[in-house]
Design a protein. Structure first.
Length: 74
């Protein structure tokens, strides 16, 4: 006795798409705007707060912390 392998789809039933003759569509989404805003904010933080090289590297992860620390002292 052999089990049949079944295709699994997250968006609809693959078997019904094959029966209708419709090809499966693949959508590619790019989020370059969010990445660009993050990069601009990171570079702004390094320049505005005059961070050292290693603080700038660390600011890749926690740049809001440095801005908050600066604003809290003012």
């Amino acid at each position: 006795m052999r089990l049949k392998q079944r295709d699994i789809s997250w968006e609809g039933d693959v078997d019904s798409q094959k029966e209708c003759g419709k090809p499966q569509r693949i959508q590619i989404v790019q989020h370059s705007l969010a990445g660009g805003l993050w990069l601009a904010a990171w570079l702004f933080t390094i320049g505005f707060l005059k961070l050292t090289f290693w603080q700038g590297v660390w600011a890749i992860v926690i740049w809001p912390y440095y801005l908050g620390l600066y604003c809290a002292t003012k």
